[in-house]
Design a protein around this ligand. Structure first.
Ligand SMILES: NC(=O)c1ccc[n+]([C@@H]2O[C@H](COP(=O)([O-])OP(=O)(O)OC[C@H]3O[C@@H](n4cnc5c(N)ncnc54)[C@H](OP(=O)(O)O)[C@@H]3O)[C@@H](O)[C@H]2O)c1
Length: 248
């Protein structure tokens, strides 16, 4: 084996993206289209199938994984059947705009199931294989709210803060094994998740508050994920990387 070969990490073979039927997960998949084969998670089979078709035309093999991440029993069985994964991007998620006194425990649990518990179960399943192969990339799509908090979104922000703490801890735990663990934390993105909840006037006020003077695009997030997967070495780990147009 040449010195060059000895330094190169093994090529990622299988990429698992949760939330692949969504705006960010779909953009991440397209940004990694030339980099491996895919397990695409989401509940909307039609959107997943159309993404899979695009990836297949770029030469990737795809598998659809339509498990509900808040369905504990279904998820545990589905996780047990996952193939070996080299790259895991956790982009599934949903917001909850609710004052705390009106936040129902069912919604609180669903937020933590989708954002945190599902990722923990997946990580626990895939990490031993990554350790054996000496390579892995684990990336969470978190949120600026997980760092700075948000009035009226305490449950969502708490779930995102938990993701950030998990990333920082797991990154340290796995730092010697060729596996990196990072989060990409967007501010406000121009996606249906935000659009659904904003009037034109609120959108304008939001843009005024963002130094870059625009909402982010899913591709802004996907570009950082692509960098973490393809270009960054194993010294970039345990970080929460803001992608927010300077909007702290
Ligand atoms: N958009 C923003 O401005 C923004 C800002 C900061 C952070 N983020 C974070 O970025 C991530 C992606 O957001 P996005 O804008 O791409 O949202 P999106 O377009 O609404 O996509 C959300 C994805 O999560 C999946 N999902 C939600 N609940 C699920 C459940 N119970 N089981 C299985 N899958 C579930 C959806 O699947 P189906 O649709 O197929 O059901 C979809 O694929 C989220 O974690 C979000 O918190 C977004």
């Amino acid at each position: 084996m040449s010195a060059m070969q000895a330094c190169d990490p093994p090529m990622p073979k299988t990429i698992l993206i949760t939330g692949a039927s969504g705006a960010v997960g779909g953009a991440v998949a397209r940004a990694l289209a030339d980099f491996g084969d895919f397990v695409l998670q989401g509940r909307d089979r039609a959107r997943l199938a159309s993404l899979a078709e695009a990836l297949q035309s770029a030469g990737a093999r795809t598998q659809l994984w339509t498990v509900d991440l808040a369905d504990r029993r279904a998820l545990e069985a589905a996780v047990a059947n996952l193939p070996p994964i080299d790259v895991f991007v956790h982009a599934a998620g949903f917001p909850l705009y609710r004052l705390i006194a009106e936040t129902d425990p069912v919604d609180w649990d669903a937020l933590f199931d989708v954002h945190v518990r599902s990722a923990y179960l997946i990580v626990r399943r895939i990490v031993p294989g990554m350790q054996r192969r000496g390579y892995g990339r684990i990336i969470f799509v978190s949120s600026l709210w997980g760092t700075v908090g948000a009035a009226g979104e305490a449950a969502y922000a708490a779930a995102k803060g938990a993701q950030n703490a998990f990333v920082r801890s797991l990154g340290k735990e796995l730092a010697r094994s060729g596996i990196t663990v990072n989060a990409v934390a967007p501010g406000a993105l121009d996606t249906p998740m935000v659009e659904r909840h904003l009037s034109e006037a609120e959108r304008g006020t939001l843009i005024e508050a963002i130094p870059a003077h625009r909402l982010g695009a899913p591709e802004d997030v996907a570009g950082i994920v692509r960098f973490l997967v393809r270009d960054a070495g194993d010294y970039l780990t345990a970080q929460v990387i803001g992608v927010n147009g300077g909007w702290y």
